[in-house]
Design a protein. Structure first.
Ligand SMILES: *Cc1c(COP(=O)(O)O)cnc(C)c1O
Length: 427
């Protein structure tokens, strides 16, 4: 069933560390060998052995309308013929910035970069430059890319592989990253009180998605906003995952809370390598060439990346029914999974918001990193492989959210629920 994938993985391991270009893809925490993908269409992935899967990764978010969505594919074709990069400004970059401003709240100015990591790294430098302070607060199990400052108690692959300290990150850098538990406002207030006048920024995934999907408790984000206002701290919402996914204006719009700086990635590029950071004008004006906070990129605002992202975002803006449809599908999946999990009889928790959902094999509610870590990874492993064998592709880690795409039909969801029922019997 996986002959060609296995062969390719053996070959890959000779030339690429761990056989992959991003760690979670390697299937290490669930065991087995990763699938090599040949192509994808709509909600389906096809591997090199010709197997078909219903896809709940959606490239970790970007393929919100399904794979190979025709308008994006043809826009890329058209623009590629005019050259794939100029290293000089284009009209498209202006249109992209204006489109982002028209969709996302609280963005006076925005700069394009090439990944979510770059967006978050730049936002932190900017917050430090703006405030003249050094320390930041982040949350346990939250992931903001792989820049040095964020690799302290991080989520996603760092949590999946249980890496406590990352070699190569100097103690000098780590000591400026303070951590608190997500949803523990008093904990954050204690940390802030211990370093008065030293904290430049609080960076948070407004809806956590890198330890499964975990919702903010009522009052938590409001409390962060108030704390930042009181202490002159820059509040950064990392909307790399939630931006343009939970609503046209991301978590800010859905939850009605404003941040000072925002970071984006994933959906914003329509499947191309794109990130962005933006926010309040007085802060953004500190960026070079207006200010001295240096930040640059040879391929930033690349025309092919811009036209892919622009084409997708434009559709999301013009057709907000997409968000209602996505949510209805996700609720349908949640209810279906709830039924088969209840019939199965062992403990579980389902977390869901909009088109993000995760199943935790946990007796307790999952509200932070500690409770996410308390869930059974052994059960998840068996579930993951049973689903995969039957044609459903979940993220290969219990510490990841699943993402729905709007190409999924109700027949696909019914099939997923039926397969989940069968797979649970193997646990
Ligand atoms: C994926 C992710 C990042 C990193 O983005 P890359 O494009 O992988 O560098 C940062 N923050 C959050 C919340 C993410 O989910």
């Amino acid at each position: 069933m996986y002959t060609k994938s296995k062969e390719l993985f053996e070959r890959a391991c000779l030339s690429i560390p761990g056989g992959v270009n991003s760690p979670v893809r390697a299937f290490r925490s669930v065991g087995g060998t990763p699938l090599f993908i040949k192509r994808a269409q709509g909600p389906y992935l096809y591997d090199v052995d010709g197997n078909r899967y219903i896809d709940y990764i959606a490239s970790w978010g970007p393929m919100i309308l399904g794979h190979a969505w025709e308008p994006v594919v043809s826009a890329i074709r058209e623009y590629a013929a005019w050259s794939t990069s100029y290293g000089a400004p284009t009209e498209l970059e202006v249109e992209m910035a204006e489109l982002i401003r028209s969709m996302a709240p609280n963005i006076d100015m925005v700069r394009m970069v090439s990944s979510g990591t770059e967006a978050c790294m730049s936002a932190i430098r900017l917050a430090r430059g703006y405030t003249g302070r050094n320390k930041i607060i982040k949350f346990e199990g939250h992931y903001h890319g792989h820049a040095d400052a964020f690799l302290v108690k991080a989520g996603s692959g760092v949590a999946t592989f249980n890496i406590q300290t990352v070699p190569g990150v100097t103690p000098g850098v780590s000591q400026d990253t303070l951590t608190a538990a997500y949803n523990d406002l008093e904990g954050v207030q204690r940390v802030a009180a211990a370093y008065p006048g030293e904290i430049a920024a609080i960076i948070v995934e407004p809806v956590a998605g890198n330890m499964g999907c975990i919702l903010p408790q009522p009052g938590f984000l409001e409390g962060l906003r108030a704390l930042c206002d009181k202490e002159g701290i820059v509040l950064i919402f990392d909307e790399v995952m939630t931006g343009f996914r939970l609503a046209p204006g991301g978590a800010q719009e859905l939850l009605g809370i404003r941040a000072d700086l925002l970071t984006y990635g994933k959906v914003i590029g329509g499947g191309m390598p794109v990130g962005a950071f933006g926010g309040r004008r007085d802060i953004m004006e500190k960026i070079a060439p207006l200010g001295n906070v240096y930040q640059a990129g040879t391929l930033s605002g690349n025309p092919i990346a811009m036209i892919a992202g622009y084409t997708l975002l434009k559709e999301l803006k013009n057709n907000p029914a997409i968000y209602r449809q996505l949510e209805e599908k996700t609720l349908y999946l949640r209810d279906g999974l709830d039924k088969v999990l209840a019939a199965w009889g062992q403990p579980y928790t389902i977390n869901q918001l909009g088109s993000m959902i995760s199943v935790h094999f946990s007796e307790h509610p999952v509200t932070d990193f500690a409770s996410a870590s308390g869930a059974s990874n052994e059960k998840f492993k068996i579930f993951f492989h049973s689903m995969l064998r039957r044609g459903v592709y979940l993220p290969p880690s219990a510490f990841e959210s699943w993402f729905l795409n709007n190409a999924l039909s109700y027949a696909d969801l019914d099939e997923t629920i039926r397969i989940a029922g069968e797979s649970l019997k193997e646990i």
